[in-house]
Design a protein around this ligand. Structure first.
Ligand code: FE2
Length: 247
C-alpha cells in the first residue's frame, strides 16, 4: 500500500472515530477533554513548590534576600533544567522520592544533579519553620526518644551533626537518616542524597541541611559554623518526626 493511501485511510479512520465520539459524548464534552489534554501536555513535569512561609519569616537566622535567591534562582534553576531535559527512562508518574531511589536507572549527570537539587531543596524548605521570638526549639515525642537512644543525648547529636556538616569539603548536604530503624548522620557531595543508589550510606532522610555557599554566604560569608549554629533555631521538628515515623 502506498504511503499516500495509508495516510488517507488513517485520517479517515481518525475522523470517523472523532465523529463517533462526538455523537456518543456530545461536542461540549469532547471540547472539554481536548482542553484538558492540551493543558496536561503543556504542564511541566516538575514544578517549583511554594514555600510554606514568607521569605523574611526565618529572620534573624536565615535572611530574606538569601531565602528569596535560594528559592527563586537556585531551586528554580534545578526545576527548569529538569523540565528542559526530558528522559525516556524517568517514570514521571512516580513521586520525586521514588525517582531519586532509581537514579541509577536514569543515569546522566544532568538528571542526577538537577533531580537531586530539586528533591533536596523541596525537602529542606519543609524542614524549616519561623521562630521570631527565638524560643527554645527542641525535638519531642518519638524523634526525641530516637535521638536520645541512638546518640546518647540531644547535645551529643548536635555536636556530631555540627562537626560533620562543617567538615563537608566544598558543596554538599548533611542528613539525619533512618537506616534499618536506626538514626544516623551522613553527608553527601553536590546534590546527591541518601536515597540515591550511589556509593555511601543510604536511608530515609529525616533532617536535611544545605551547606552550599549559596545557602549562607550573603549573611554569614565564610562562617559556615555560625550558619549551622543558627539553623537549630528554625528546624521544623514536627515535620522531622513525621518523616521519622512514616515509612
Ligand atoms: Fe541550596
Amino acid at each position: 500500500m502506498s504511503d499516500n493511501r495509508r495516510d488517507f485511510l488513517k485520517k479517515g479512520t481518525l475522523l470517523g472515530l472523532s465523529g463517533l465520539a462526538s455523537t456518543l459524548l456530545g461536542k461540549d464534552k469532547i471540547d472539554k477533554l481536548e482542553e484538558m489534554s492540551n493543558q496536561l501536555e503543556n504542564t511541566p513535569a516538575f514544578a517549583l513548590p511554594k514555600l510554606p512561609y514568607a521569605y523574611d519569616a526565618l529572620e534573624p537566622y536565615f535572611d530574606k534576600q538569601t531565602m528569596e535567591i535560594h528559592h527563586t534562582k537556585h531551586h528554580a534553576a534545578y526545576v527548569n533544567k529538569l523540565n528542559e531535559t526530558p528522559s525516556t527512562n524517568i517514570d514521571y508518574m512516580s513521586n520525586d522520592e521514588v525517582k531519586c531511589t532509581h537514579i541509577d536507572k536514569y543515569w546522566s549527570a544532568v538528571i542526577r544533579n538537577n533531580l537531586g537539587g530539586h528533591y533536596n531543596h523541596s525537602l529542606f524548605w519543609t524542614l524549616l519553620k519561623p521562630n521570631p521570638k527565638g524560643e527554645a526549639n527542641l525535638p519531642s515525642g518519638k524523634i526525641a526518644e530516637a535521638i536520645n537512644k541512638d546518640f546518647k543525648s540531644f547535645e551529643e547529636f548536635k555536636k556530631e551533626f555540627a562537626e560533620k556538616s562543617t567538615k563537608i569539603f566544598g558543596s554538599g548536604w548533611c542528613w539525619l537518616i533512618k537506616q534499618e530503624g536506626k538514626l544516623k548522620i551522613v553527608t553527601t557531595p553536590n546534590q546527591d542524597n541518601p536515597l540515591m543508589k550511589l556509593e555511601g550510606e543510604r536511608g530515609k532522610p529525616v533532617l536535611a541541611l544545605d551547606v552550599w555557599e549559596h545557602a549562607y554566604y550573603l549573611k554569614y560569608q565564610n562562617k559556615r559554623a555560625d550558619y549551622i549554629n543558627n539553623w537549630w533555631n528554625i528546624i521544623n521538628w514536627d515535620q522531622a518526626e513525621k518523616l521519622y515515623t512514616t515509612k
